[in-house]
Design a protein around this ligand. Structure first.
Ligand code: KIV
Length: 283
């Protein structure tokens, strides 16, 4: 079994030009599959609100949701670097709330780092959490928690003006003490510039190749999330189809008396004659 990575290992990978692999997971089985596949990092994203809890957005997700899903993921992937997402409302109110909630993710769910969304406007939160000794991953570009303000789930940095704001945010995130940065839905040209400008690892979800590694949402890549598929997703499996077909086959077997079969039942240990005597006692 591979040794669990530390933030220093992620920096070494960057130095050597090794691309890091990063997926989201929200529960024990998915985390365990990711670890068995040798994935470098797992994000317990607040996308869990949409992918597994059935909300239309990430805003309803609570700290308690994040803590309990991070705990399940840690149980499933004890040897994988896990980043816990800070849900909407857990850091927007004050630096103190941000630190308290980040501490919860570490103490109660044993995550290795936390991630929060935003650039210059959350710089003081990043600094406060980092000063508390917690590893922070920044996240800019398409930030789902503020998709309302962005006018929807829209790519960012596509114009010079928008790219300028992103670059300022990236610099602010690094200066505030973040140890890594995630860029979401950003053109590769802008990603490459930010990657070369910063010294911390820069990862992409929908931000192209030129950076230190890729993140993908398990529900998207495995074909489990059916509401929509972002342009930047490559589908590696169609789990929904596999599961729906399995449920249909099972229902057909039950309705037609083909399940359970002899191999699926427990057999009596005494003779049938003895059992018949027993049943007579109750007639
Ligand atoms: O919650 C999440 O999965 C995320 C990704 C969209 C980056 O923050």
């Amino acid at each position: 079994m591979a040794k669990k990575k530390s933030i220093l290992d992620l920096y070494k990978m960057k130095e050597k030009g090794e691309k890091a692999t990063w997926v989201t997971a929200y529960d024990f089985p998915m985390a365990s599959f990711a670890e068995q596949a040798g994935i470098d990092m797992i994000l317990v994203g607040d996308s869990l609100g949409m992918v597994v809890l059935g909300y239309n957005g990430t805003e309803p997700v609570t700290m308690d949701d994040c803590v309990s899903h991070c705990q399940a993921v840690r149980r499933g992937a004890p040897n994988t670097y896990i980043i816990g997402d800070m849900p909407f409302g857990s850091y927007q109110t004050s630096d103190e709330d941000a630190v308290r909630n980040a501490v919860r993710l570490l103490k109660e769910a044993d995550v290795d780092a936390i991630k929060l969304e935003g650039g210059r406007r959350v710089a003081s939160r990043i600094k406060a959490i980092s000063d508390a000794g917690i590893t922070v991953f920044g996240h800019i570009g398409l930030t789902p928690q503020s998709s309302g303000q962005l006018g929807g789930f829209k790519a960012q940095g596509r114009t010079v003006d928008s790219a300028r704001e992103l670059i300022k945010d990236a610099i602010a995130v690094e200066e505030a003490g973040a140890r890594a940065l995630l860029l979401e839905a950003v053109p590769p040209e802008v990603t490459e510039f930010i990657w070369k400008k910063l010294s911390i690892p820069v990862y992409s979800i929908g931000a192209g190749l030129p950076c230190d590694g890729q993140l993908i949402i398990c529900g998207d890549m495995l074909g489990m999330f059916q509401a929509f598929t972002p342009k930047f997703v490559k589908k590696y499996a169609n789990i929904a189809e596999v599961v729906i077909n399995a449920f249909k086959e099972y229902a057909d077997d039950v309705r037609n008396g083909r399940f359970p079969e002899d191999q699926h039942v427990y057999h009596i240990k005494d003779s049938i004659e003895d059992f018949e005597k027993l049943f007579k006692e109750f007639e």
